[in-house]
Ligand binder design. Structure first.
Ligand SMILES: Nc1ncnc2c1ncn2[C@@H]1O[C@H](COP(=O)(O)OP(=O)(O)OP(=O)(O)O)[C@@H](O)[C@H]1O
Ligand SMILES: [Mg+2]
Length: 254
């Protein structure tokens, strides 16, 4: 690892949920993670591994029980507002309004973020162009394809410019073409300097998009490296690596 200060750092992060059987252990059980600035980093793991919990703690939507997490130089426990001012989040389930058009959604979220009407409109135009949604800008979102919706989710998360972007399963449920569109948008973001942490259950997504991958299982990182390093470790495909590391097969792209 280079000497650069990580854009995201987790040290021994623990998080338990009341009511969760003690036999299954805490959702996060001493998670360590370091993400270099300007890279696309993948959190790859099977259902229940703790991916969403990690994203929710790093984006200050949930509190950690113990350990330390720092995002864009701000401690999530001591300075949650400072973290929030520097991040964007796209959750596992989208938040855009289906009845409104893409443009109306962006302007609405801009206003929610305290932009004046004119600034919100200008920001909407900029983001529509950036995510290749200008032609569809004035159509209701319910008529959008899955890929267009996901790109609108990305645009909404970037209403305020973000240094770190969290994407929870950005392409789950998308067809291959839409998935390719979303990947293109994510790559452009990273190329412009944004650090991206994405969770995925797709090996191909991690392999194609991420420069580094942390493999999660039962609330811990069980392996970390570039896709090539992880494959080399078991002398096979990324598929073999995951089966080996987690004892469970992951989803492959349909
Ligand atoms: N609010 C909650 N209350 C109780 N248990 C929870 C809560 N949120 C998560 N968990 C549990 O914590 C564990 C980790 O969940 P999490 O959602 O982080 O996993 P994940 O890796 O995102 O899974 P998926 O791939 O299904 O999205 C799971 O066993 C889950 O049931
Ligand atoms: Mg999840």
């Amino acid at each position: 690892m280079s000497a650069t200060v990580p854009a995201i750092l987790c040290e021994a992060v623990r998080k338990g949920f009341r009511g969760r059987g003690s036999a299954s252990g805490p959702a996060l059980d001493g998670l360590d993670l370091a993400v270099e600035p300007g890279t696309i980093h993948g959190l790859l793991g099977p259902n229940g591994a703790g991916k969403t919990t990690t994203v929710r703690i790093l984006s200050t939507l949930q509190r950690l029980d113990s350990g330390r997490a720092v995002v864009a130089g701000r401690d999530v426990t001591r300075d949650p507002a400072g973290v929030r001012a520097r991040i964007g989040v796209v959750g596992q389930y989208a938040a855009v309004d289906e009845v409104l058009t893409g443009r109306q959604n962006l302007v609405m979220f801009g206003r929610l973020h305290h932009l004046r009407a004119r600034a919100a409109k200008a920001r909407a135009d900029e983001l529509l162009e950036r995510f290749d949604l200008l032609a569809a800008a004035d159509r209701p979102v319910r008529h959008y394809s899955g890929g267009m919706r996901r790109r609108l989710d990305l645009a909404v998360s970037l209403i305020r410019s973000a240094r770190v972007l969290f994407l929870d399963e950005p392409s789950t449920g998308l067809d291959p073409r839409s998935r390719g569109e979303v990947w293109g948008a994510v790559r452009e973001l990273a190329a412009s300097g944004t650090t991206v942490l994405l969770t995925t259950q797709y090996l191909e997504e991690a392999d194609r998009l991420c420069s580094r991958i942390s493999v999660m299982n039962r609330g811990q990182v069980v392996a970390e490296g570039s896709p090539g390093e992880l494959k080399a470790r078991v002398g096979g495909t990324l598929d073999d690596a995951f089966l080996h590391l987690t004892g469970r097969a992951l989803r492959s792209v349909a």
